[in-house]
Write a protein that binds this ligand. Structure first.
Ligand code: HEM
Ligand SMILES: *[C@@H]1O[C@H](CO)[C@@H](O)[C@H](O)[C@H]1NC(C)=O
Ligand SMILES: *[C@@H]1O[C@H](CO)[C@@H](O)[C@H](O)[C@H]1NC(C)=O
Length: 320
């Protein structure tokens, strides 16, 4: 009897903690209403990556840029309207974020598989990010579901809330803190740069002006791609293996081969806590994957719309 009561009390406590930590999101949100939703997203992501391996990186980044602007509410997917200028042309996104067509295709496939409009665009972004990581060789994690979509977006909010690659460590930490994320989240989530590419425009300053913190051979090889002016859109990989979700990003940082200024800020060889995490992840794939999954779930929980707030968009580009 006492044991049962203890168990019930314990269960109630855990439930309360889970509720406060994760809002109303849950892993089984679509199990009843559309069991085909998650398998459909997975297949569509795999097909998109088979066509173009970089697409996995682009889908991961879409979820990040969605969540950091008023929460994970699908705001980044909205086209401009007469009432608002959306996020797509904000400085961190313009000519930079990609994957909108793939999200449209996934949404259409999911609506078909579910015989109706029941899966939000915000949830599609969260699941597509996880499926991309897995498709490119990374570890899996359970995505919490039940987000709903916003009906509005703001370019100004995107300009203010998404961190710049020119930030120093204290400002990166402050930016993540403003989103309720800590140092471990910052270092683990930056490991998403194990995938994808950056434009010359955004690493030029580093390869010409940061001679004391960048490996000489690495800088020289990048200077061959990215001239002191012009060719802004030329691409370089964010780590040595841009279509494989591995620890190469952290190994590169330890060797002063980070591509972005913000990347190398995480490891400066000064014994900082961030640097110690970089060192740890560089030699421990499982620790990286575990902390990355935990941090993605935390990021995915930023101010979701739930219950009867927001809507489930029929078309991810426009409010219903
Ligand atoms: C810590 C602060 C961060 C900064 C300053 C930053 C900055 C950048 C920049 C400048 C680019 C290249 C954009 C371009 O070439 O136009 C980029 C690419 C990318 N970022 Fe980040 N990022 C950060 C954190 C994150 C996080 C938390 C994630 C995901 C969890 C992420 C995922 C990616 C991916 C996957 C790409 C490659 C996209 C592609 O190739 O299409 N980044 N980031
Ligand atoms: C976005 O990029 C396009 C194409 O390069 C450019 O014409 C436009 O001015 C940019 N928008 C903003 C707001 O910077
Ligand atoms: C290097 O830094 C100087 C001073 O901040 C700046 O004027 C110059 O444009 C930078 N060079 C490159 C190639 O970014």
């Amino acid at each position: 009897m006492a044991a049962t009561q203890l168990f019930i009390t314990y269960f109630a406590m855990i439930s309360a903690i889970m509720l406060s930590a994760f809002g109303e999101l849950s892993v089984d949100f679509y199990d009843e209403v559309c069991p085909q939703a998650l398998p459909t997203i997975k297949v569509m992501v795999e097909e998109a990556i088979a066509l173009e391996p970089r697409m996995g990186a682009s889908l991961v980044r879409l979820h990040f840029h969605d969540c950091f602007v008023n929460g994970c509410d699908g705001s980044i997917l909205l086209d401009d309207t007469p009432d608002f200028i959306g996020e797509k042309t904000a400085a961190p996104n313009n000519n930079s974020v990609r994957g909108f067509d793939v999200i449209d295709q996934i949404k259409a496939a999911v609506n078909l598989a579910c015989l109706g409009n029941v899966v939000s665009c915000a949830d599609i972004l969260a699941v597509a990010a996880r499926d991309s990581v897995v498709a490119l060789g990374g570890g899996s994690y359970d995505v919490l579901l039940g987000r709903r979509d916003t009906t509005t977006a703001s370019r100004d909010a995107a300009n203010t809330n998404i961190p710049s690659p020119l930030l120093d460590l204290p400002d990166l930490i402050a930016n993540f803190e403003s989103h309720g994320l800590g140092l471990v989240d910052l270092v683990a989530l930056s490991g998403a740069h194990s995938l994808g590419f950056s434009r010359c425009l955004l690493f030029r300053n580093r390869i010409y002006n940061e001679t004391s913190t960048i490996d000489g051979d690495f800088a020289a090889s990048l200077q061959a791609v990215c001239p002191p002016s012009g060719d802004d859109d030329k691409l370089a990989p964010l780590d040595e293996s841009p279509v494989s979700f591995d620890t190469a990003y952290y190994q590169d940082l330890v060797e002063s081969r980070g591509l972005l200024h913000s990347d190398q800020q995480l490891f400066k060889g000064d014994g900082s806590l961030a640097g110690e995490l970089v060192q740890k992840y560089s030699g421990n794939r499982d620790a990286f994957w575990a902390d990355f999954g935990t941090a993605m779930i935390r990021m995915g929980n930023l101010s979701p719309l739930t219950g009867s707030d927001g809507e489930i968009r029929e078309n991810c580009r426009v409010a219903n």
